[in-house]
Design a protein around this ligand. Sequence first.
Ligand SMILES: C[S@@+](CC[C@H](N)C(=O)[O-])C[C@H]1O[C@@H](n2cnc3c(N)ncnc32)[C@H](O)[C@@H]1O
Length: 302
Amino acid sequence: MEEGLFSKTALITAYIRAYHAAHDTPKIFDDFMAHRLVTAEEWRSLGLDVPESIPEAEDPAVCRGRPAALTWWIKVIAGSIIARARYIEDALDQAVRQKKIEQYVILGAGLDTFALRRPEMLERLRVFEIDHPATQAFKRRRLAEANIELPGNLRFIPLDFAAESLSEALKGSHYDPGTPAFFSWPGVTFYLKRKDVMAVFGDVADLAQKGSRIVFDYLDEGFFAPDNPHYSVQLVLENVRLAGEPMLTGFAPPKLAAELAQLGLIIREDLCAAQVETNFLMGQTRGYHAGLYTHFAQAEVE
Ligand SMILES: C[S@@+](CC[C@H](N)C(=O)[O-])C[C@H]1O[C@@H](n2cnc3c(N)ncnc32)[C@H](O)[C@@H]1O
């Protein structure tokens, strides 16, 4: 991310969740608070105009021209964002039911609204939102402008994953390393250098109690292959770079699992795009899809 600038992609993902909550039936994920963090002007200017701009499925392999590739890109970004939000909160609900989880750490939280939408969960969970200082300051301004009252159990921790240590930041907070925690890390790994991603995983493995979980998404390394044939991928890479948030890193699933195991994190689930579609995107009528290179994964601290 560019020095001092908040994450535009965080605003766009919030807009997509807000759009889905306002317009789509059935709802894959009902983020009924997200619209309060998006201004009317942004609502107009971001306007993906999803109904018109998403005609029925087009094979990404044949998206050679810019309009087709853009259409595919919007479908895939929206589908992946909505599905991963659902995946994460389903996993959190399950972890809370099965284990004595008392703390939830949202890494790269952006404009996440969990703490505002789920008061019943805030009665039993301490929630820590960790994000780049510029994005977190932007979010806090938005929360204040929208007159949203913050729950007492929510803590904000500004942190640059590329420059600071997650474990040091958590050690200096109300986080309790003596009880299991649930971590989520949505929409961030691909924006970091590989060494910074692995440092965060290492910190989670070192700090979090045995049985703690981290749920995250990542891209298969094929996304970044210089000979990737999909024009839509080139468009995504070009656009995020222009927005000051270049995508940098993907992983080969078996190698990632092996490297995480060495750190003490055991992959319990790793869904590829086809499984994400089957589990979360069937039955919707908007034409949303999971990105071909998308993975949703969960790892447990050994
Ligand atoms: C695509 S947004 C995702 C936001 C949110 N997780 C969501 O799903 O809506 C990317 C997030 O990664 C965060 N991020 C990117 N680089 C970062 C860094 N070096 N340190 C901390 N956060 C970073 C941004 O601030 C932003 O909140």
